[in-house]
Design a protein around this ligand. Structure first.
Ligand SMILES: Nc1nc2c(ncn2[C@@H]2O[C@H](COP(=O)(O)OP(=O)(O)OP(=O)(O)O)[C@@H](O)[C@H]2O)c(=O)[nH]1
Ligand SMILES: [Mg+2]
Length: 285
């Protein structure tokens, strides 16, 4: 892949330190991954940190991923008995199942405490994941109120915040965390086009041009229909120029505003306006 992207600002390192400090009071971990990129959005760095806690894996934004691929991912992730659920946080689909799975973990932990002669108590969960996957939205959905700040760009949550969800559950919302280096350049690309990496830290015209070439290869009709393109160049920047021309994105002087077209394509791809995509194929079962 021709784009090299890395993003590990200071607040992520700080969040990781804070997570380590808070770990003793955490009963379960809710790991949120993006259903479009369940591999690229899995943070092995965090997985190691929380290795001894029960984890429920949540595939968010299932409405933007291909349904069949999500089913295959669920099957793959559940094959070792690990609880996994796909959710669409816009409609709430999958939340009831998630609540059942959290409740089940509470029962298991309470039984263990009682066996040791200790009183059962409420459950404390930590919600982790890469930036912009929907961690805060998930917590708000479960709590039924807008307790945590959410937003369309990565890096909205800035500090940790405990949020009470009903009478036996509290969830800790933390900023999204990436890891210092992506081994595979494709990981950075997938995180960037789905919205986990800030636009300020990568060459978004270049990335959007690569996305345009990729779309032309795998869903040419979706790309052409959306932007009314007829004969299309195979060159990504030229595709962006064609989009800019169609939309009338002109700079003073008459040149096409390619930056604006690049941002439009990225935003509309992320919002699902070009269709549903699963970029990480599920491993063979
Ligand atoms: N289509 C769709 N959008 C979602 C879903 N879940 C969250 N979003 C949107 O994704 C964006 C990010 O949501 P947040 O909850 O702020 O994400 P976060 O993981 O807390 O992000 P940071 O705090 O920046 O790490 C928001 O615009 C949400 O509306 C979903 O299931 N489907
Ligand atoms: Mg957040």
């Amino acid at each position: 892949m021709p784009v090299d992207i890395q993003w590990y600002p200071g607040h992520m390192a700080k969040t990781k330190r804070e997570l380590r400090e808070n770990l003793p009071v955490i009963d379960i971990v809710l790991e949120v991954r993006d259903a479009r990129i369940p591999a690229a959005s899995h943070n092995a760095d965090l997985a190691e940190l929380v290795a001894r806690k029960p984890v429920i894996t949540i595939l968010s934004k299932a409405d933007l991923a291909e349904a069949e691929a999500t089913r295959a991912w669920l099957k793959f992730l559940e094959k070792d008995g690990l609880p996994t659920v796909a959710v669409d946080l816009r409609t709430g689909r999958g939340l009831k199942e998630l609540e059942r799975k959290i409740h089940r973990q509470h029962q298991i932990i309470s039984q263990r405490l009682r066996r040791r002669g200790r009183q059962s108590r409420g459950l404390r969960g930590l919600v982790v994941g890469v930036p912009n996957v929907g961690k805060s939205t998930l917590i708000n959905r479960l709590a039924n109120r807008a307790a945590a700040k959410t937003g369309a760009l990565p890096g909205v949550t800035r500090g940790k915040q405990w949020i009470r969800v009903g009478n036996w559950l509290q969830l800790l919302d933390v900023p999204g965390v990436l890891w210092p280096k992506f081994e595979e350049p494709q990981t950075g690309f997938h995180l960037a086009i789905t919205g986990a990496i800030s636009l300020d830290v990568f060459d978004y015209v270049r990335v959007s041009a690569v996305l345009a070439e990729f779309l032309l290869k795998i869903r040419p009709e979706a790309l052409k229909d959306r932007y009314n393109l007829e004969s299309v160049s195979e060159n990504g920047v030229q595709i962006l120029e064609a989009i800019g021309q169609r939309r009338g994105f002109l700079l003073s002087g008459g040149a096409i505003d390619v930056e604006k077209a690049a941002l439009l394509l990225l935003r509309e791809f992320r919002e699902g306006l070009l269709g549903r995509f699963t970029l990480d194929l599920p491993p063979d079962l």
